[in-house]
Design a protein around this ligand. Structure first.
Ligand SMILES: CC(C)(COP(=O)(O)OP(=O)(O)OC[C@H]1O[C@@H](n2cnc3c(N)ncnc32)[C@H](O)[C@@H]1OP(=O)(O)O)[C@@H](O)C(=O)NCCC(=O)NCCS
Length: 290
């Protein structure tokens, strides 16, 4: 599928997913991951393609932006310190006439030292604050002590799909996730390297669920999203599904498991820390100067 891009460059969705996967680096700031793209395919690949913008340098993809309320950016390591490229990117973002970002909009730019410097120099101001968390997968993950069912593209028992959807809706207020949306996501290219997990309590209730996304062997994996059913909170299920997520990503060859949550979501931060994650320094989005 061709993506309409800015400025005047074209890419296929597969090319974007592979590029973003190759940009995930151990130890680098947690930036947009193939899993973020994959989760957004639940509304259809056309919807995701419409959300994407790409930038090239010397013919190579070096940055992508996903319009998801704000523009969420992922950058190639080769432009991390590239001031000239960063200036071009910020020019595109700053001019509402170019259609990348509306006036007064925000960007998520967690990676790209030069880009962050240029944004600051041009008067972009801190916006929403996020807390990244990470756990190394060098060592095996402790047992979660719960029944956990896994869904992948080739193994999707109907009841587990229903449970995965029901738990998500019971975890995230106002969610419109559905079996149809799950199927669209599971059919996407990104989901080839993803798994859904559903945890059950001793009475057989589906109590927590998540989707985990690998970016390939020896690269950081991502949790997106994760939730415990609102009727079953505070009983260790959030910690348990987080441990199951870590174990599943280790199976997939990921070097670490990462997640980003709004800093205001102190309960989620607590659940990840309880599952052995290291809480990394907060990072803010940037808002366009008025
Ligand atoms: C975050 C969430 C998954 C936690 O699930 P949970 O089953 O209630 O969590 P657990 O019982 O496993 O608790 C794990 C830790 O979370 C923290 N926690 C849980 N409930 C808490 C509360 N009400 N207040 C403060 N901390 C809390 C504690 O640190 C706890 O560790 P402890 O038991 O060792 O003190 C759940 O609240 C949820 O689904 N929230 C909505 C969706 C969401 O925000 N997902 C994360 C976004 S990335």
């Amino acid at each position: 599928m061709a993506i309409t891009v800015s400025p005047g460059s074209v890419a296929t969705l597969d090319e974007v997913v592979e590029a973003v996967a190759s940009w995930q680096q151990e130890g680098a700031p947690v930036q947009v991951h193939p899993g973020d793209l994959g989760w957004n395919t639940s509304l259809g690949t056309q919807h995701l393609a419409d959300e994407l913008r790409v930038w090239r340098r010397d013919g190579r993809l070096v940055a992508i932006g996903m319009a998801d309320g704000l523009i969420r950016l992922a950058l190639a390591p080769e432009v991390d310190e590239d001031e000239e490229f960063a200036a071009r990117l910020v020019d595109d973002l700053s001019d509402p006439a170019r259609g990348v970002l509306p006036a007064g909009g925000s960007v998520e730019a967690r990676y790209g030292a030069a880009l962050r410097r240029v944004l600051e120099r041009r008067g972009w101001t801190p916006d929403e604050s996020w807390t990244p968390l990470r756990r190394s997968l060098a060592e095996p993950v402790e047992d979660v002590g719960r029944r956990v069912e896994m869904l992948d593209a080739g193994h999707a028992p109907e009841q587990v799909v229903l449970d995965r959807v029901a738990v998500h809706r019971a975890a995230f207020v106002g969610s419109t996730f559905s079996v149809e949306r799950w199927r669209a996501m599971a059919a996407s290219a990104s989901y080839r390297r993803a798994r859904c997990l559903v945890a059950y309590d001793d009475d057989g209730h589906a109590v927590a669920a998540t989707t985990v996304w690998s970016a390939g062997e020896r690269r950081p994996g991502l949790i997106e999203p994760l939730g415990a059913h609102r009727d079953f909170r505070g009983r260790g299920h959030g910690r348990a599904i987080t441990l199951a997520a870590a174990a599943a990503l280790r199976e997939l060859g990921a070097s670490s498991v990462t997640v980003c949550t709004p800093s205001t979501n102190t309960v989620a931060v607590g659940a990840y820390v309880a599952a052995g994650f290291e809480q990394l320094p907060e990072v803010t989005d940037f808002r366009m100067p008025s």
